[in-house]
Design a protein around this ligand. Sequence first.
Ligand code: ASP
Ligand code: MG
Length: 317
Amino acid sequence: MIVMKFGGTSVGGKQAIERTIGIVRGRLSQRPVVVVSAMSKVTDFLYTVYDAIDSADSSLLEERLRELRARHLSVVNELISGPLWREEAASRVEALTASITMSSSMASVISKGEYLSSNIIVCAMNSLGIRAAWLDARSYMVTDEDALKGEPDFDEICRRAPKEIDAAFSGQDVVVTQGFVGISKNGTETVLGRGGSDFSASITGMAVDADVIEIWTDVDGVRSADPRKVPATRCIPKISFEEAFELFGNAAFDVDRNGKRKSLLSRISDFMTKKAKKPVIDENLCVRCGVCVSNCPVPGKAIDFVNGRESAPQYDY
Ligand code: ASP
Ligand code: MG
């Protein structure tokens, strides 16, 4: 089994989704679990949907939901040509947008982007002859009660994920699920924090003991900064354990199987060029300058994405 994570730009519209489906099609023999983000900019937009709820403005909520529905329906109509699956996808989009009401919690609202994108992708795959199952990540992604930055309960996830994912695979070629979303033991909807889909993919890969975890994004490898904001970025061939930990969390590592830390993250691939790199995670590398072993000359942090998970390179909002 392998885990393939696709970020917001990789699922942002007809062409991107077709490309994503093509990449997944090439991996069917490896039993891919596909973890998707919301379409680009959708999570940001969902915050404005929640603002309408927060300010008790029901007509504003209606207006924003109309916009949300329209954006997703236009992708459905462009992407899916077979009427059966197109109608199926459209009705899922309708139901998901209608499920946002004046009493929805913030975590519930901002997680809808992943539910929308994953449903559209599953319908598109099926219409293209790929037997794809949709799996609610909340069937296994158990967190604590922190609704907006849930801390995963690894033991519980490891108990549930293999069963749920195996069951979803029965008679299917691929399982599509959501990044970012979680559920607390008490049944409260949670999310893992902004940019949390990479983390979701790592956790899922760990829990099913995946052969490979692939992060498909806008860059090959880990870069020194967001290339959309900084003109010249460099690829960082080696990152420290702390950096890798902040980016991908504990789940990127096989921590306890042999008492040794081994990176599970197999590669980071550029969605457009399909170039891929596996960052080497070096436990002894300096977090600040990336070179020295002691007496670091660099004050503060030299690599500017290493400020915690939220500020990890975010190419797909
Ligand atoms: N959609 C979520 C966000 O924008 C999670 C992710 O894309 O990783 O933060
Ligand atoms: Mg991301």
